[in-house]
Write a protein of this length. Structure first.
Length: 197
């Protein structure tokens, strides 16, 4: 599987975003941008796409598939795309505070630590629906790792569209998120413009 080895903070700096969206509380040092260099319209669109792919940890081909699926759905393509990215299992594990970073959330799902509606799922890109119950597998609940994670993420505000039971390491998807409930700094309109050329 393809893996991006670029250091997180360096990538955040190049995309002009805060590492907090990935679960890192370190600050990326701001370097003065060369203001004489004008970024083209295509450059802006590409940057937004790279930002969305980086935040959610999605490679080009699956990201394109999400876009095509979002385009076929009713409603605005950009909003549908963001809702689908947000309803991925690894993202929900991160949002619920069961992982310190998005990468850790992906790893925990990969290692069969979570169940969806009582069935073990090890696919980070699994799309959850309204009413789905995500919880740590029964035999993993006593692991010290989850106690450590709870200490770090306890102060993190969880999303309104999730009902989180931190004590039992369990989250229920109340409803799929609307665009207003998704706080990532991505302009999805530019992504749609890029793909619809």
């Amino acid at each position: 599987m393809a893996v991006n080895k670029t250091p997180i903070l360096k990538r955040c700096r190049s995309l002009g975003m805060d590492p907090v969206y990935l679960g890192y509380d370190k600050k990326s040092k701001r370097h003065p941008q060369n203001s004489r260099r004008k970024v083209s319209e295509y450059g802006l669109q590409l940057k937004e796409k790279q930002k969305a792919k980086f935040i959610y940890g999605v490679l080009e081909k699956p990201f394109r598939n999400y876009y095509e699926k979002a385009d076929r759905m009713k409603g605005q393509t950009g909003t549908n795309l963001m809702t689908m990215l947000e309803s991925r299992l690894d993202n929900i594990v991160f949002r619920a505070g069961f992982a310190r970073t998005r990468r850790e959330a992906r790893q925990l799902v990969d290692h069969k630590m979570f169940t969806v509606n009582g069935k073990k799922v090890n696919i980070p890109s699994y799309l959850c629906k309204a009413g789905d119950v995500i919880e740590v597998a029964e035999n993993k609940k006593s692991l010290q790792r989850f106690k450590d994670i709870a200490e770090v993420t306890n102060g993190r505000a969880t999303s309104e569209w999730l009902d989180v039971d931190a004590e039992n390491i369990k989250a229920t998807v109340k409803n799929l998120p609307t665009r207003e409930q998704i706080d990532v700094p991505v302009n999805e309109v530019l992504i749609v413009e890029l793909y619809s050329k």
